[in-house]
Write a protein that binds this ligand. Structure first.
Ligand code: AP5
Length: 194
């Protein structure tokens, strides 16, 4: 099975490009942020707790997110594989994901990291905040905090997969179609080698 992590800071284009990658390679999309927002919409206990962190641009505690992903992974049978979007976001989440896959005889195929300068990320998120209704896009302070949290807590995940020889950086600046083509060019040989 193919297990890709589409990685990068808030606003880099993970959600946008995941849609294209899953169509191209016939994969399932697991987006931790979307799953958490569904929980918030349903006002579940998990959602009520997660909202306290998400509205401030902080990470939801690892144990909540890991158990959410674990339950999704257990219903995966019959698919070609997965694009993980927004997960893992800390080294403990990466270790948990590796363990969950290992117990199924599987592993991460690649971490593909989109790269976009910070000023462009802020512009994209501020602009999306005008229409998205997402509380975490609505103030520059929260946007800045999300980017800081990425640098401090999430970017070390790169080292985790780099040590496994699975890290592939990709330029995320430019037209959405051009970025998709760059991603597909990187991912295609990885998929063919599986
Ligand atoms: P999440 O939903 O994962 O949000 P995020 O990482 O902040 O990512 P975004 O959705 O903001 O950006 P994206 O990279 O998907 O870019 P997009 O394609 O949307 O997480 C939200 C929160 O949930 C977290 O802060 C945390 O609290 C919690 N959470 C989630 N997962 C967690 C985890 N694993 N552990 C703990 N907590 C977790 O694009 C952004 C904008 O740019 C769009 O408007 C798009 O149209 C535009 N755009 C895209 N590509 C381009 C391009 N090439 N040129 C110009 N504009 C573009």
């Amino acid at each position: 099975m193919i297990h890709l992590i589409l990685f990068g800071p808030p606003g880099v284009g993970k959600g946008t490009q995941s849609q294209r990658i899953i169509q191209h390679f016939d994969l399932l999309h697991i987006a931790s942020g979307d799953l958490l927002r569904i929980q918030i919409m349903n006002q579940s206990d998990l959602g009520i707790k997660a909202k306290l962190y998400m509205d401030k641009g902080e990470l939801v505690p690892d144990e909540i997110v890991i158990s959410m992903i674990e339950s999704i992974l257990s219903s995966l049978d019959g698919k070609n594989g997965v694009v993980f979007d927004g997960f893992p976001r800390t080294p403990p989440q990466a270790e948990a994901l590796d363990g969950l896959l290992k117990s199924r005889g599987e592993e991460i195929s690649a971490l593909v990291a989109l790269k976009v300068p910070k000023e462009e990320l802020v512009k994209r998120l501020e602009s999306r905040g005008l229409t998205s209704g997402r509380a975490d896009d609505s103030s520059i302070k929260t946007i800045e905090n999300r980017l800081k949290v990425y640098d401090n807590k999430t970017s070390p995940v790169i080292k985790h997969y780099s040590e496994q020889g699975k890290y592939h950086p990709v330029n995320g600046v430019g037209m959405i179609d051009d970025v998709s083509k760059r991603l597909i060019d990187i991912i295609e040989p990885i998929v063919e080698a599986i």
